[in-house]
Design a protein around this ligand. Sequence first.
Ligand SMILES: [Zn+2]
Length: 661
Amino acid sequence: MTHDVNTLFVDGIVLTMNPTFDCFARGAVAVEDDRIVAVGPVDDILSAYQAPDVVSCTGKVIIPGLVNGHTHAPMTLLRGLADDLRLDVWLLGYMMPVEREFVSPEFVRLGTRLACAEMIRSGVTCFADMYYFEEYVAGAAADAGMRAVCAETILKQPAPDAYSYEESLRKCRQFIEHWQGHALVTPAVGPHAQFTSTPEILRISVQMAQQYQVPLLTHVSETAQEVIDCLQEHGMPVVPWLQANGILETRLIAAHCVHINENEKQLLKAAGAGVIHNPSSNLKLASGIAPVTRMLQRGLTVGIGTDGPASNNDLDMFDEIRLAAFLAKGSSGDPTVLPARQAFAMATIEGARALHLAEEIGSLEPGKRADLAVVDLCQLHNTPGFERDADNIYSRLVYAAKSTDVTDVMVNGRWLMRDRSLLTLSETDIRAEAAETAGRIDRFLMEREESVLSKLLVIGGVRQEESFEIQVKGILKENALQHVQQALSHPDIVVTKQSHYRQFDSYFFFDDADLDAERLRFREDEIINERGEVVDARNRLTLIGRGGEREFPGAVMLFRSRFIAPANKSLRFYQEYFHPTSVRHVNKERRRWQIRYKQTVFAVNLDKLLQPAMDNHFVELKARTWSQKDAERKATLIIELMGLFDQVDSVVTIPDGYVDL
Ligand SMILES: [Zn+2]
C-alpha cells in the first residue's frame, strides 16, 4: 500500500544536513504540498510512496536549498556601478546618492526579481534582506516563490522611503502587521547599524521585534572604524552598546561581526544570535576577515551571506561557501579548520538557524518545508567522484561545484526551476528592464561628474552661500604682532572681537592648466586659547569660484566663494570622492581681529605660514561685500586702512591668495 504524494526526487545522492548528517548514496525525497514527508534510500521511499511527478536525479545531489543569510536584493540594479572604493566613499559618495534619486517601489521590485532569478539559478531558496520599500522586496520574492526574511531598514538620516526615522519605524510596523504569518515571507525589523541608529531607534526596534516576535536584522562591527567610533562615543564596543539598548533580547541576526572581541562573541552566543559571515563583501571593501573559526569554536551560530550585490558583486552562494572555507584556513594557517561539511552546513542548516528558521528549513527532514535544490555532479570540473570517504560529497560541493551546476529548485513544494529553466520569472523581461534602469543611472552620474558643484551637491549638507569678499594682502617684515597691534590702536579703529587659531587648508585643483578654474577648499580650524591650547575644531568645505574675480587698484582683489558645506567627512574621503588632479596644502597660524572702521566691519588677519613655511608674516584686510558699488566703496576704505598699517612700517602688498603664492 503506497501513499500518494506530489513529487518524488529519486536516484540522487541525498544530503540531508540533519543532526547526524545522514547521506543516502542512492536516495529519494518525497514531497507533499509544501512539506517533505519522507527522506531515505530510494527503494524504501518507492515502496512507500508514489507520485505523478517523479524526478530522476541520477548523477546529481539533492541538497537543502541554500540560505543566503544577508543581502540587499534590489541592489542588483547597482551592481558594478562603483567599485574599488573605500566603504565611506562607496556608500556615501555613490550608493546613497543614487539610491536617494532612484530607489522607488518599481526599482525595488525589479531589483528583487533580478536577485531572485539569480539566486534561484544558484540553488538559493531563502534569503535575508534589508532594504527600503521592503514590502516590495517581500512582494517580489513571494511572487517569485522564494522564501525570505525581509527587514524594513531604519536609519537616523532620511531614507529613500522615509523622510524621518519615525516614518521608517511606522512603515516597519505596518509592514510586519501586513506580512506576519505569510508562508514564505518572515517580516523583520532592520535598524541599519549602530552608527546609523539613535538609542530611540534601537529601543523602538526592540519593542517591535518583541511585540511581534519577529527577527531583528542589523549590521554589526563591519569595519574597524565603526568600533573605534563606538568606543569613543559610548565608551564600549558595538555589541555591549547593542546589549545596553536591548538588541540582544531579540531574535537577532547580526551581519558581519568582523571586528568583535571574545567578550562580544560570548554576549552574542548567550543571546542566541545568528551571525552572518559575508566573506566576499568584507574582502572587497577591505573591511577585514571575520573571526569565524573562533566564533564556531565558541558555539556561535554562523551563517553565510553574499551581502548586497553592489559590494560582491553577485549573489552566488557557491562562491561564498568556498571563500568562507578558504579564508578561515588562509587566515589561521591551519587547513583543517572549517572543513567542507561545516562550511556547507553554514549555508544550509546553520544558516537557517542563524535566521531563526531552523524548525522549518535548512535540512531535508520529514516535516520540514520542501525547499530543495538539485546539483549536477557530472560536469568536468567535478569529475571524477570518490566514495571511500563519506564526506567526499561535501568536498565536491564546496570545492568544485559551481552555481551553474544547479539544475532544479523547489521552494515550499513549488517548482521555481526545472532543467535549468526558471518557471516564475522571465529572464528576458528582467534583462531589458534592468538595462533601461542602468541607462538612467548612467546618465544621472555622468551629469553629476560634469561639475565639482554637482558632485558636492549630491553628498548633501551644502548651503548655497554666494559670498564675495574684498581683500588686500601685505607682507610684514618684522615684529609683525606689534606692528598690527600698533596699527589697530588708531583712534578710528574699534576692535570688536579677537581670535587665534591654526588653519589647515587643502585646495583641490581639477584642471592644472587653468589656474582660474573652480577649486575646492577643505578647511580645518583649530581654535587656540590664551594658553596656546587647542579648545575646538571645525571643518568645512568651500567651492571657490575663480582665483581673483576682479582686481581693484592697489592690489585689492574681489574673491568669490559659492557653496559651503560643513565637512563632516575626512579629508581622505573628499580626496577619494572628488578625484582632484592635484592637491595643495596651506597651513597657517592666524590671529584675527574683527574691527569697525568708518561704520564698516572689516577683518584683519595676521598670518604666519607653517606649510609651506615662510619667514614673513602676512596681514590681510577683508570685508564681505554684495554689490558693485559696495565693493568699490570698501576697496577705497581698505586702501585707507592699509595706509594706516603702512604708517607704522612699510607694507608690501601682493595680489595673490596663499595657495597661488
Ligand atoms: Zn549589508
